[in-house]
Design a protein. Structure first.
Length: 143
């Protein structure tokens, strides 16, 4: 990578294990797409709950030539928002999504994605000339 890895933690105490896990996953991204320019990872705990913990949100911004690809993993359903918090699982899920996004980008860039064929829904039997005008019956009389 041209730009060094940026790791940020918000409302959560960083550990060596979390940083190590993030660095391992970024190395995998670099192997998947060698032209990766930079990567920024943010791990944040939305707010503290005294009875049930929150699930950490993980945001990954990958810089590739001419573009930035962003991935956010935050629980959307209330049951998931207040599940047993596990930061390692959240990080793994976010990087799994990032790998998928980067793979899709790589396939598009190298033309490995097939173009969809356009379906023909009808055929023109006789062209209408410009000078002809027609009336349309809308059921209420002629318009």
């Amino acid at each position: 990578m041209d730009i060094p890895l940026e790791i940020a933690f918000h409302n959560i105490e960083p550990t060596a294990a979390m940083e190590s896990l993030i660095r391992e996953h970024v190395e995998r991204l670099e192997k998947l797409y060698p032209h990766l320019v930079g990567c920024r990872v943010s791990v944040e705990m939305p707010h503290k709950q005294h009875r049930s913990g929150n699930v950490p949100e993980v945001h990954i911004a990958m810089r590739v030539p001419g573009r930035e690809i962003a991935v956010s993993r935050e629980p959307h359903k209330p049951a998931l928002r207040h599940a047993a918090p596990n930061v390692h699982t959240s990080i793994k899920e976010a990087f799994r999504a990032a790998e998928k996004r980067l793979t899709d980008f790589k396939q598009q860039q190298y033309g490995e994605v097939k173009a969809k064929e356009m379906l023909v829904h009808g055929a023109l039997q006789q062209p209408v000339q410009q000078s002809q005008s027609r009336q349309i019956d809308s059921g209420r009389g002629m318009d």
